[in-house]
Design a binder for this molecule. Sequence first.
Ligand code: G3P
Ligand code: CA
Length: 374
Amino acid sequence: MVKSRLLAGALAVLAGGALVSVLVPGNATADRFGAERHGDDKPLIIGHRGAPAFRPEHTLLSYEAAAKMGADYIEPDLVSTKDHILVARHENEISGTTDVENHPEFAARRVTKTIDGLQITGWFTEDFTLAELRTLRAEERIPDLRPDNTAYNGLAQIPTFDEVIQLAKRYGVGVYPETKHPTYFDSIGLSLEEPLLEVLNQHGWRDKRSPVFIQSFETTNLKELRAKTRLPIVQLINGSGAPYDLVAAGDPRTYDNLITPDGLRDIAKYADGIGPATTRIIPVDATGKLGQPTSLVRDAHRKGLKVHPFTIRDENSQLPLDYRLGNPASPAFPRATGDVMGWVERLFELGVDGVFADDPGLARATRDRLFDRS
Ligand code: G3P
Ligand code: CA
């Protein structure tokens, strides 16, 4: 085994590949930046909600664009319908991403609910059958930032998870599903985990080599999933706050606690990786300027965990100050594309194993330039 790894390292150097692997102790290689990278793979490009820099998020249009741009995985956020079908939406409240407000037949379904401790008013997927949801059309969620995407308003339906997998298989990419509000969906009798595994199983994706990562901001459902599946699991780590399942149970632990060495050791018992906010890897100050990198990537790798940070976005207003480009006085500056490739390169330098990107094309171009070119 050691011999074959040495040979692989030597071959990478002889091939003159940009990824010049050299062996370091343990199950890691040091790449061209000297960063410890867990495993031998190039960083993954995850099409975050598809390719929402160019298409309304969580539509087949968006997922297809991501696959064509070179994403390795497409990422559906999953919620349930009334008839317990998993569909792709960032939230179960859908007024911001569909034309539901223009459907008088559903006007009476506008309600206020408490989701994860927050009062939210609108229309909720769990109050619609799949057939009813199919009468709606997707719309761009942030038209001020992405006005060109409104050209696609009205063209796409809300896709089911099954349809997302079918598309992924057509393009030869993986899926990276996120269970949204699992404690809440449990509380209304529409548990997400069973249909999630069932649909994946129907497509033959059921073992640890399947092109799947299951993710959640909560912890309890991921632990339950580990008991039921060998599919790769990723614990999401928000920039602040606490997993809602712990809040609901009166457990005082926060995301800060989860990424201590002891916390990471616990995560490694049920997960294969973490998906942290980028600020957990490089904090930003009040002006948006990057500070010094934390030890999180190294700490996680030492526990055998992959690191897939979220979210890389093109627009200046969504980038660290250090990577904004253009004239700040221009009205178009906030939505203009900054040096997103420089930002992705910085994260690759720090040894991350993948990135969630709203523009998987630029992330892929960055990886190809750094890792595939001689
Ligand atoms: O799942 C990674 C990232 O998508 C988490 O944030 O809110 O975009 O689902 P969110
Ligand atoms: Ca997500």
